[in-house]
Each structure stands twice: as structure tokens, then as C-alpha cells.
Write a new protein. Structure first.
Length: 340
């Protein structure tokens, strides 16, 4: 029997996620509240139940955009998702329901953001990879595990007197992040979105900010903690970061602080093959693993190609990079809310 998540089932949903061996942070029930409050998109957080116990879950988000198309995905704004269950019957039920819902909504496609290939007969996007690595329980061992050239870069930041601080709000994060994504030619999310992430996920959502010895903002990153993992998710640097290796120092500090908390896995997140972020993570000694974003095509006859590597977006990207920061912060959220 398939049901829809409501307030009465949130605790049971999250307990299922916590107890599953293949769950991710992006399967948590809190994403329903985050996405609805931040962007206003309709969500369908579905689950199967047997004798009062949840046996499988599927968080779905419907985005209908004039600019970017009509889609149903698990899970929008997240790098992982898809059906979570260890029961074949539950998988089949949720998969069937998702396809039926996609047809009813008249979307272009249904997208399942899987870490592993679950439905080989479906087309998938051969574009994204993830970078994950086990951490040592000793700070110096983790430093030595980083390739020599990258270690030298991190130590430049240390010698420059950079320091990390934990922020209780998102003000400095938003300043550094919005400047960074503007420079990449990408619309920024609203500041409200980051505030809601902090409010909903509480101690599992931490902001690490880097300053120089004079207190000048250098970089900042929002990290998610889940089970024994840390996921640096939204991060960026100001114009001063490059000169003092601020971004490299920032991720080292996230790693160092995570080890002190007993975290075992550093999840560097998703990157597109052939991009700067892909090369950056490779320099840290992380090896890419493919992600299987599988598609069920409804109205579309091909997999969507909405990403900065698509040549048709190059003019827009070049123009966006030249926008004043205040303008990009004002206009960006209107576009970014549909870029799930």
C-alpha cells in the first residue's frame, strides 16, 4: 500500500532512512519542507507500508518551468535520491506509482538520481560522478593521504594565517557563495533557501567560514552531516580566496573538523566530467564514481541537457558573469528555483 508523507509519518520516515544501509542525506523527510517553503514546488513523498511499518520510500519533486521544462525527479536540488528499499515488491510498487504520476502530471520526464544503476533498461545521463573517500582517524594521516602538490597548496593557506569559524547564520556563506557562482555564470539560490536548510536540519547542517588574520571573509561552505559522513554541499570563495588558497584551506578545515567529530566518510559530492570542480577533486586524491541518473521519458523523446556545458547556454553564462553582484543576487533566485 502506497501512502504520502504527512506530519504524522515524519518520524517513522526518518527512522527508516536512518536504519537503511543505502540511504542518503537527501532521502530525509526534511527536504519536503525545505523545497516547499523555499521554492513553492509541489512534492510527492511516497512510501510503502506493511503492517504499520514503512518498507520503502521515494521523495519526488515536480518542477514545471517555462524556461527549463516540466519534470518529476527524486530528488530535485539533491545529488542523490531514487527509491530506497530492500524489498523488491516495494520497489516495484513505488516505481510503478512514480511512472503513473509522471503520466498524470504530463511531465517531459521522470528522473531518478541513483548512486547505482537500478533499472538498466532505462536511459541514464552519462555526465555526473561522485567523489567519496574514507577518512583516517588522525589529522596528520589525512594530510599525508592528500597528493603532495595539493598538500603544498593547503599549507599555503595555513601559512597565510587563515582560520575557520562556525557560523550560526548564513550571512557570510551567502556573500561568498553568491559571488562565487556569479563568477561561474550561474544564478544563485535565494538567501531564504539557505536559512531554511539551517532551520530544518539543525545540527546536521553546519556552516564553516574562512577568514584571514584580520577577520576578512575569504570563503564559506554549508556542510551536511549524515550518519558517519560529511558532505560539503554549497561553498564558494570571495575575490580574495585565490591569492591565499582559501577554498583549498576551507575544505581541509571541513575535513579536519569532521575527523575530530569521528566522521568516517568525506563526500565531495557531484561533479560533471571535464569541469573545473572535477579536476579540483581529483587533485585531492579522490577517485570519481559514476552516478546513474535514470530517466523515464513521458513527453520528451530524449534525455534533457540543461547544464552549463551545453553550448546553447554559453552566451547566457558569459553575460551573467558580468552582472554586478547585487543584480545577480536579486535576479538569480527567480531562475535558480527551477534549476532543480
Amino acid at each position: 500500500m502506497i501512502k504520502t508523507l504527512d506530519d504524522s509519518s515524519i518520524q517513522q520516515w526518518d527512522e527508516f532512512v536512518e536504519n537503511s544501509t543505502s540511504s542518503t542525506f537527501f532521502h530525509k523527510a526534511g527536504w519536503k519542507e525545505v523545497i516547499e517553503k523555499s521554492f513553492g514546488h509541489k512534492t510527492y513523498f511516497l512510501y510503502t507500508e506493511d503492517q504499520g511499518k514503512i518498507t520503502g520510500i521515494l521523495p519526488l519533486v515536480h518542477i514545471n518551468s517555462l524556461l527549463f521544462g516540466n519534470s518529476l525527479s527524486s530528488c530535485a536540488f539533491c545529488v542523490y535520491g531514487g527509491i530506497l528499499t530492500d524489498k523488491e515488491e516495494s520497489y516495484d510498487e513505488l516505481n510503478k506509482k512514480a511512472c503513473e504520476l509522471a503520466e498524470q502530471l504530463g511531465v517531459d520526464h521522470l528522473e531518478m538520481r541513483n548512486k547505482t544503476q537500478l533499472t538498466p533498461e532505462r536511459p541514464y545521463k552519462e555526465l555526473y560522478v561522485t567523489f567519496r573517500k574514507e577518512l583516517e582517524d588522525d589529522e596528520e594521516k589525512n594530510m599525508l593521504a592528500i597528493p603532495r602538490k595539493q598538500r603544498a597548496v593547503i599549507r599555503k593557506g595555513i601559512k597565510a594565517g587563515l582560520q575557520s569559524e562556525i557560523d550560526q547564520d548564513v550571512d557570510r556563506l551567502y556573500q561568498a557563495y553568491s559571488e562565487s557562482v556569479r563568477n561561474l555564470g550561474t544564478p544563485v539560490f535565494s538567501k531564504k533557501y539557505f536559512s531554511i536548510l539551517k532551520q530544518v536540519f539543525k545540527e546536521q547542517c553546519e556552516v564553516v567560514t574562512i577568514v584571514d588574520k584580520n577577520g576578512l571573509l575569504i570563503a564559506s561552505v554549508m556542510n551536511f552531516y549524515f550518519k558517519d559522513e560529511v558532505l560539503p554541499y554549497y561553498g564558494g570563495g570571495t575575490e580574495y580566496a585565490r591569492a591565499v588558497q582559501g577554498n583549498d584551506f576551507m575544505y581541509w578545515e571541513v575535513m579536519r573538523r569532521a575527523v575530530a567529530k569521528g566522521i568516517k566518510i568525506f563526500d565531495y559530492g557531484r561533479s560533471k566530467e571535464g569541469t573545473g570542480s572535477y579536476r579540483f577533486k581529483k587533485h585531492w586524491g579522490f577517485e570519481p564514481k559514476p552516478l546513474f541518473y535514470e530517466f523515464y521519458l513521458v513527453k520528451s523523446d530524449s534525455i534533457p541537457d540543461i547544464n552549463p556545458l551545453n553550448p546553447k547556454y554559453q552566451i547566457f553564462i558569459s553575460a551573467w558573469k558580468r552582472l554586478p553582484l547585487a543584480v545577480s543576487q536579486a535576479v538569480g533566485p527567480w531562475l535558480a528555483k527551477d534549476l532543480g
